[in-house]
Design a binder for this molecule. Structure first.
Ligand code: PXP
Length: 262
């Protein structure tokens, strides 16, 4: 039972420098299950397999409309996981009550719009600081490590620092969706945001849209300590199996990190 922060000993500084953590997001195992109702495929089984394949933690987004992960999935993950659970959620009273009930190791606050296909952009921490600060404080007091999902801009990073967020997760979606010079520019923005986070004393994670093709340059940024990856891995699992897809991603991350620090 490692789902709760107080039960999970964080890696030492040397471990953090050596190993970039991988959080596998299992939302879309639940998407496939929900296409038919019923119980298969089971996201908790996928979570266990992800851990065997090299995931350091499991990420799950409980959306307001419950389109993939369900309340019962969160209960089972909280009870059964032996690695940290990172609960992604909107900053709403309903979600806060659920998080306080389960007290997962980590909570990542994300913006949520009902009609969006996925989390389309980062939080407006600069515009909604007072609201978000209350969530950061209450969840931190409950023992959760709170991160804010933000776009890689100095304004959002500084605002996260100003409200005392211990962690940010940088949205890599625009980088992944672009090509050529635009992608290079986006990568530079992510690297600058990660450096700014470090300067502010904020732990830096990254994720959204990462693939075998896009992961290495992000993994090579030394101040990023965790990547959260889901949709691509679950898609690849159709072709190569979940175990193989995660192992390949893990290897790509480790290789990029090793080359960058050589
Ligand atoms: N990080 C956050 C905060 C997210 O909202 C998501 C998508 O749920 C991810 C990471 C994973 O993104 P993807 O499924 O595109 O890999």
């Amino acid at each position: 039972m490692f789902a709760r922060a107080r039960q999970w000993a964080p890696p030492g500084h040397d471990d953090m420098a050596r190993r970039l953590r991988l959080g596998v997001n299992i939302d879309h195992v639940a998407t496939i299950r929900n296409a038919r109702g019923g119980r298969f495929p089971d996201p908790v089984r996928a979570a266990r397999l992800a851990v065997q394949a090299g995931a350091d933690g499991i990420t799950a987004h409980l959306r307001e409309d419950r389109r993939h992960i369900s309340d019962d999935d969160i209960s089972r993950l909280s009870r059964e996981l032996e690695v940290p659970l990172n609960l992604e959620m909107a900053a709403t009273p309903e979600m806060l009550a659920i998080a306080l009930r389960h007290r997962p190791h980590a909570v990542c606050l994300v913006p949520e719009k009902r009609q969006e296909l996925t989390t389309e952009g980062g939080l407006d921490v600069a515009g909604a600081g007072a609201h978000l600060r209350r969530y950061v404080e209450q969840l931190t007091a409950a023992g959760c490590r709170v991160s804010l999902f933000v776009d890689p801009t100095p304004t959002q990073l500084d605002a996260a620092g100003a409200i005392g967020a211990p962690v940010v997760e940088i949205h890599t979606g625009t980088y992944c969706d672009s090509a050529g010079a635009t992608r290079e520019r986006e990568l530079a923005r992510i690297a600058a945001a990660a450096a700014r986070a470090e300067g502010l004393g904020i732990e830096c994670h990254a994720g959204h849209g990462l693939t075998y093709e896009t992961v290495a340059p992000v993994a090579a940024i030394p101040t990023i300590v965790e990547l959260n990856i889901g949709h691509f891995l679950i898609g690849e699992a159709i072709f190569s199996g979940l175990d193989s897809a995660i192992r390949r991603m893990r290897a790509a991350m480790d290789q990029a990190r090793a080359q960058a620090s050589a």
